[in-house]
Design a protein around this ligand. Structure first.
Ligand SMILES: [Zn+2]
Length: 247
């Protein structure tokens, strides 16, 4: 039976620590908790790493976080040769915040890129130092310098980023919200989470379960490192931190 883990990061992406209780250890040694601040790999965003501290002060290093049988079941994968906690044991959780914050900034940057480049998305992958978004377009039609300049306008304007829940019916009435060509948001749960940018979401809103920074200014300086051709009708945009290198 799949467990349902309370995903604290959905309501507050800035939680770095929390207390939780072990509800199960699966047959591969994965740790399941009643609630967690560890984001599980999905939607192109990698899962969190971090530590669990036990009552005696010893630590269990968590190397990865993944989903189980359902998206609501979150499995914490310990690093090799870690002691396993007992079911019912209380733990203090701490994510690797430095890494997570980079991923939040990058994930928000990917959303900004889909505002600047409003084309169907065929894939995306968020990483700490280099993220990519693939678009279904035969020709980019603009340079990486132009895209970078437009991204940085959005960053400098420091627009708010927030989440909102809508119903399946509201989503069905607004099909334009879904930018992904292949991936549809999960229907049937009754609620879909939108990540919105700008006052009243005037800049963007799209279904997303990821963790984001609270304003575009917090994304910081970014640039397009490359626009690659991936097949006849696909362009891959790579986002990197920092100013565009002079060449
Ligand atoms: Zn997203």
């Amino acid at each position: 039976m799949a467990q349902k883990t309370e995903a604290l990061f959905r309501a507050d992406a800035y939680l770095r620590t929390a207390e939780a209780q072990v509800v199960a250890i699966n047959d591969r040694g994965g740790i399941l908790l009643d609630r967690t601040i560890f984001y599980a790999t999905s939607g192109g965003q990698p899962g969190d790493t971090g530590v669990f501290e036990r009552a005696d002060g010893s630590r269990i290093m968590i190397a990865a976080t993944i989903t189980g049988e359902t998206k609501d079941e979150i499995i914490h994968v310990p690093a090799p040769e870690q002691a396993l906690p007992a079911v019912g044991e209380k733990l203090n959780l701490a994510i690797d915040w430095q890494r997570r914050h980079l991923l939040m900034r990058m994930h928000s940057a990917c959303h900004l890129l889909t505002v600047v480049c409003p084309f169907p998305i065929t894939g995306a992958s968020v990483a700490e130092d280099d993220s990519r978004v693939d678009f279904d377009i035969p020709d980019a039609g603009f340079t990486k310098e132009e895209v970078t300049a437009r991204l940085m306008e959005l960053v400098r304007a420091d627009h708010p980023i927030f989440t909102r829940l809508i119903t399946d019916e509201e989503l069905a009435a607004n099909p334009g919200l879904v930018k992904s060509k292949n991936v549809r948001p999960p229907l049937g749960t009754g609620k879909i989470r939108l990540v919105c940018i700008g006052e009243n979401a005037w800049i963007d809103s799209q279904p997303c379960g990821g963790t984001h920074v609270k304003s575009t200014g917090e994304v910081g300086e970014i640039h397009i490192g490359k626009i690659e051709k991936k097949g006849r009708e696909n362009r891959r945009f790579r986002i990197r931190f920092g100013p565009m290198p002079a060449n």
